[in-house]
Structures are given as structure tokens and as C-alpha cells.
Design a protein around this ligand. Structure first.
Ligand code: NAD
Length: 491
């Protein structure tokens, strides 16, 4: 059976404690590889390598050279994209159509930030102090810990690694214990591209056992994290003890809002893509569907028809629409929330139970599920399920849609479906979310900032600005004359 070691300082090494754990194919349930089970000792080794690289060769190469390495990596990713896509499916069970598209798209982040690496400019500032010259320079932070979730391992890593390396930092990557293989294999591509040893390291294992010591490590300068708000909060608390910056990309409970003037069929497809794509296992899931009351019944009827026709089964088949749930605990969580919704009085109009029909294997399939009669204060409307479970909430007016849409602790994304441009602009201004889509859903790009309002996170990934998340600005003052007029007053 394949064994994945840690990748530290350009070499494959066994875990310090000699411990390993199994990784499974979510579709077949078969164990297909063993993964190094890291500990604090492995975090220490990886951080030491990243620190040495930062203070050594990597710290002295030019931004242009860094950019060239990233562009070279992008070319290698493109070559390897089909293999990486299949590897992701083998480990996280998402559709090959989705993961194949993601791994092909991945290269763009490395290419974009490769281009940006030598375009970060400080400024010569106007000075109100005669004879003193003042300028700014942007400097990398040092060793960045990158901790990712299981739903899109390589994409979530690209959002962190590409800008962090372009900015001149080094990295210790800790992928999810459920989907470690792709990030570890990605290290072969890093090596082939020619990054010096220690610039990118990857250690695997449990969040508590290796993730937490990594976050707490005194030589880690920043944590870039994607995962649940619960783990994000713990990491934020640890970071506060060190006064360390963080980027937190956390969960969501996004409103997808359908007005009566929307293109009906497009909005139905938008609602479907918002919740049943990726089996609902996406942070941006449009899991609260707000539908204007005048079209509510007709809309739900069509939704049930389309979702009810979805093909469920093998994620490697191009015909499959809904695949398995990635992890056993996640499956149980989804089933528990379905019970909660039923007990709280929501009406289940589709699904609501495990799927055992054609194409199902193992015990990780949930039928696409739709609840109507949901009020926004129910748990099913307020808490992230991270599965194919949709809550439909009726509304009457635009003001009411905004109030319901914003009445939530999260603020990752929102969708609006309308043919009224004025309404589109008003809604995009009033909705408290890091991303608002109008007449589309799930669009993301390397060029556009992504991140959360409120409990959905801190900081932004992608886009030009996000390189600054991995830089700190220094203000340099140089006096033209060395005399100090009066040393006892501020200059
Ligand atoms: P999770 O929080 O359980 O785990 C995420 C990562 O954190 C894993 O690598 C895990 O090992 C590690 N971890 C857990 N506890 C830790 C700790 N105390 N210290 C250090 N590391 C720790 O999340 P998950 O179940 O893997 O992913 C699903 C969640 O991720 C959902 O809430 C989803 O919305 C969110 N997510 C957010 C985005 C985004 O960009 N906002 C994208 C994808 C997923």
C-alpha cells in the first residue's frame, strides 16, 4: 500500500513518532494509502527547515526569480492536472467534473502571483519634516503555517501558497487528515519547479496533534487557515497569545435570494448549483434559499423536480451530479441536522434520508434534501450543515429579504436573482457578505478577493490585495543632515 511521508527540507521523512493513519476512498470506503501521523516534533522540524530557508538562499533571491519559479510551477501543474484531479476524487469523493476543473484552474493562481511577485512597490512619501526623507518597503513575514480543509485541498492551498511565496515567505503546509495525499504529492511538483529545500514543507496528521503545535510554534509568523469556525476560533485564540496575524477562511450559511422578476429557469439552476454541487460540501453553499412568496410554490415544485432527477453515485463518472459525503463524521452530522429540522417543524419535500439506490456504495450517500416552511430562527437555517440540505424561506419585500439574509452570524457569500439592475445594486450594497453574486452563483477567480464578513473569517484570499496579507510594511526615515536640534521633543 502507498505510504505518504512528511516532506521536510526537500526530503521525504518518516514521522518522528513512527505513527501512521489510513486514508479512505469515500466512494468505495477502501483504505488506499497510509499517511504520516505528525506530532509537535514534526512541526518543529518543518518550521526549522522553513526558517532556515527564509533566512538563507530564499531570502536573498530576487522577486523576479521567485516569480519565475511560480510560473514554472504553474506549467507543471497544468501538465499534472488530470492526475491531481483524480487523486483529489480518490481522497475526497467529489465529482471528477468539479475536481478536474479545479486542478486545471489551479495553475492560474501560481501564474498570477508569479507575475505579481516583482510588482509590489513601496512609496516615497511626502514629508512634513524638512531634511528627512521617508519611504516604505514591503517585507515578507517569515514562516507561514497553512492549514486547510478537506473539501478542495489543492485549491485552498493555492490561495495561500501562491501569494505567500510571491511575497517571499516560506511555508509549512498541514492539509486535512481526511485528504492529505494531494498536498503531499504536490510537493513533488514544488521540487521539480526548483524551489530550494525548506521553502515549502508539508506535514500531515490530526489538527490537535500537529496543527495546534504548528500554530503555537514561536517561529511561525502567520497562520493562513481554511476550515470550520470552531477550529478557526481556536487558532485565532492561539494567535492572540502570540500577537500573530491570521487569515481565516471559515464557514458560511449563505442566502441565495430569488425575486419574482428573476429569469425563473436560470434561478432554479442557480439554486441547485448553490446547494447540491459538491454534495453541498462547500463553504459558499447557498443553503438558505429565500424565495419571494408570489413565486414560492411554483419555484419549489420545479426545484424538487430538478433535484429529484439528479444522478447520484460514482464521483468518477462524468454523468454523476451528486457524489458521496467525504467523511463519516460529516455524514453523521448531515443526518443529525435532517432530524433537527424535522423535529423543529420544517417540512421535508425532497429526500431527508440516506441514498441507497443505484450507484450508491458504502454508507456515505445522502439524498438531495429540501425543507420548506423554514423560519430563519430554526437551527437548520442558522447553522452550517455542509451537505446537500436546502432550507427554503419565503419573503415578501426587498427589505425583508435583506433583513433575513443578514440575520445570521456568518457572512461569506450571497446570491441575488433579479432582472432589476437597481435592485441588484441595492442588494449588493446591503448584504453583509464578502462575495455577492447577481444572476450567477459559485464564481471565483484568482483575480478577485474572496473572504468572509462576520464569523466567516478574517482577511482576503486571491486578487492583487491579498499579497499584502503576507507582507508587512516598514517606514524608513533618512535624515539628510545628522544634527538633532532638540533630542527631548518628537521630530
Ligand atoms: P476543520 O476546522 O475541522 O479542519 C480544518 C483543518 O484544521 C484541518 O486540517 C484540521 O486538521 C485542522 N485543525 C482542526 N483543529 C485544529 C486546531 N485546533 N489547530 C490547528 N489545526 C486544526 O474543517 P473541515 O471539516 O476540514 O472543513 C469544513 C469547514 O471548512 C466548513 O466549515 C467549511 O465552510 C470551511 N471551509 C471554508 C472555506 C472558505 O474559503 N471560507 C473553504 C472551504 C471550507
Amino acid at each position: 500500500m502507498k505510504k505518504y511521508q512528511h516532506y521536510i527540507n526537500g526530503r521525504w521523512v518518516d514521522p518522528a513518532d513512527g505513527q501512521w493513519f489510513d486514508t479512505e476512498n469515500p466512494y468505495t470506503g477502501a483504505v488506499w494509502a497510509q499517511i504520516a501521523r505528525g506530532s509537535a516534533a514534526d512541526a518543529d522540524r518543518a518550521v526549522a527547515a522553513a526558517k532556515a530557508a527564509f533566512e538563507g538562499e530564499w531570502g536573498s533571491i530576487t522577486p523576479t526569480e521567485r516569480g519565475k519559479l511560480l510560473v514554472k510551477l504553474a506549467d507543471i501543474i497544468e501538465r499534472e492536472a488530470p492526475r491531481l484531479g483524480e487523486l483529489e476524487v480518490q481522497d475526497n469523493g467529489k465529482l471528477i467534473a468539479e475536481m478536474g476543473a479545479q486542478t486545471r484552474y489551479l495553475a492560474e493562481w501560481y501564474r498570477y502571483y508569479g507575475g505579481l511577485a516583482d510588482k509590489v512597490e513601496g512609496a516615497v512619501l511626502p514629508s512634513d519634516k524638512p531634511g528627512i526623507f521617508n519611504f516604505t518597503r514591503y517585507e515578507p513575514l517569515g514562516v507561514i503555517a497553512m492549514i486547510t480543509a478537506w473539501n478542495s485541498p489543492l485549491l485552498l492551498l493555492a490561495w495561500k501558497l501562491a501569494p505567500a511565496l510571491a511575497a517571499g515567505n516560506t511555508a509549512v503546509v498541514k492539509p486535512s487528515e481526511f485528504t492529505s495525499a494531494s498536498s503531499l504529492e504536490f510537493m513533488e511538483l514544488i521540487a521539480e519547479a526548483g524551489f530550494p529545500p525548506g521553502v515549502v514543507n508539508c506535514i500531515s496528521g490530526m489538527g490537535i496533534e500537529v496543527g495546534a503545535p504548528l500554530v503555537d510554534h514561536p517561529d511561525v509568523a502567520k497562520v493562513a487557515f481554511t476550515g470550520s469556525d470552531i477550529a478557526g476560533q481556536k487558532i485565532y485564540e492561539s494567535a492572540a497569545r502570540k500577537i500573530m496575524p491570521v487569515t481565516l477562511e471559515l464557514g458560511g450559511k449563505s442566502p441565495n435570494i430569488i425575486f419574482e422578476d428573476a429569469d425563473f429557469e436560470a434561478a432554479v439552476m442557480g439554486a441547485i448549483s448553490g446547494i447540491f454541487a459538491a454534495t453541498g460540501q462547500t463553504c459558499i453553499a447557498g443553503s438558505r434559499l429565500l424565495v419571494q412568496r408570489s413565486i414560492h410554490d411554483q419555484f419549489v415544485e420545479r426545484l424538487v423536480q430538478v433535484a429529484g432527477d439528479a444522478t447520484i453515485g460514482d464521483p468518477m463518472s462524468a454523468d454523476t451530479h451528486v457524489g458521496p459525503v467525504t467523511t463519516p463524521p460529516q455524514y453523521q452530522k448531515i443526518m443529525d441536522y435532517i432530524e433537527v429540522a424535522k423535529n423543529d417543524g420544517a417540512q421535508c419535500v425532497l429526500g431527508g434520508k440516506p441514498y441507497t439506490g443505484d450507484g450508491a456504495k458504502g454508507d456515505r450517500f445522502v439524498e438531495p434534501t429540501i425543507f420548506t416552511g423554514v423560519s430563519n430562527d430554526m437551527r437548520i437555517a442558522q447553522e452550517e450543515v455542509f451537505g446537500p440540505v436546502l432550507s427554503v424561506i419565503p419573503f415578501d419585500t426587498e427589505e425583508e429579504a435583506i433583513a433575513i439574509g443578514n440575520d445570521i452570524v456568518f457572512g461569506l457569500a450571497a446570491g441575488v436573482w433579479t432582472s432589476d439592475i437597481g435592485r441588484a445594486l441595492r442588494m449588493s450594497e446591503k448584504l453583509k457578505a464578502g462575495t455577492v453574486w447577481v444572476n450567477t452563483y459559485r464564481a471565483v477567480s484568482f483575480m478577485s478577493p474572496f473572504g468572509g464578513y462576520k464569523r466567516s473569517g478574517q482577511g482576503r484570499e486571491s486578487g492583487q490585495e491579498s499579497i499584502k496579507e503576507f507582507l508587512q510594511v516598514k517606514s524608513v526615515w533618512i535624515a539628510q543632515q545628522t544634527s538633532v536640534a532638540n533630542p527631548f521633543i518628537i521630530r
